[in-house]
Design a protein around this ligand. Structure first.
Ligand SMILES: [Zn+2]
Ligand SMILES: [Zn+2]
Length: 222
């Protein structure tokens, strides 16, 4: 996508995004503000690669990044809006910080990244699972998701709104916006002798729509 930002000093900005096939042109008028601020806020600016395992400097639009994740990072791709995922780690007590390979889900014509990480929360080792939406924040608000983990009659459930990939995985993690599991509980849920992490996380993504009377109706995917 070529991005042309035409500053109209004091009158306003006209932002024209030419799509790849040049058949459609999106135009928005913005109030005047500095070019640098504009470039940081522009909704047509490219996205950074959401891969969390290592620093990756690739940027682009969402379809480009989906291909990049699949081809260059060998990320697991799934279709559908329910999932059942197992995270395994031997000797979990020796690892304080870890990032598992992310999984990409394709549903409602959109892409979502499921993250799973281990880190220290204060002095306590924890695991965290969360979802990021491959698109901007406004669109992300149309979706909800739930994550569930449990065993032996205990269960933890998280329900939230996916964060936009505009927010780094680090930022989401630091704001604790996801399913946080203390290591003790995670090993309890793993069963066995608590020597190995074997966590089964189930989840669901749905779309929220509003009926004319303001009632929220979850849309189930077919
Ligand atoms: Zn712009
Ligand atoms: Zn990348």
């Amino acid at each position: 996508m070529d991005i042309l930002c035409v500053p109209h000093a004091k009158l306003g900005y006209t932002i024209v995004a030419l799509l790849a096939d040049k058949s459609s042109v999106i135009s928005e008028i913005f109030p005047y503000y500095s070019k640098i601020k504009h470039e940081a806020m522009c909704s047509f600016r490219p996205y950074s690669c959401p891969y969390a395992g290592s620093e990756c400097s690739v940027t682009g639009d969402i379809p480009y990044l989906v291909n990049h994740l699949r081809d260059d990072h060998k990320v697991d791709m799934h279709s559908g809006c329910t999932f059942n995922h197992r995270y395994v780690k031997s000797n979990p007590r020796e690892v304080e910080n870890a990032t598992w390979m992310l999984t990409v889900f394709h549903c409602f014509g959109q892409y979502f990244c499921l993250h799973f990480e281990a880190f220290q929360l204060g002095m306590a080792p924890v695991y965290m699972a969360f979802l990021r939406f491959m698109g901007d924040e406004n669109e992300a608000r149309n979706y909800s998701y739930s994550l569930e983990v449990g065993a032996n009659g205990r269960k933890m459930v998280w329900e939230g709104t996916p964060r936009s990939v505009r927010d780094s995985h680090r930022k989401v993690r630091d704001s604790h916006d996801g399913l946080l599991i203390q290591r003790n509980m995670a090993l309890f849920f793993s069963g066995g002798d608590r020597k190995e992490l074997k966590l089964r996380i189930t989840g669901r993504i749905w779309k929220e729509t509003q009926t004319p009377d303001g009632t929220c109706v979850p849309v189930l995917c077919s």
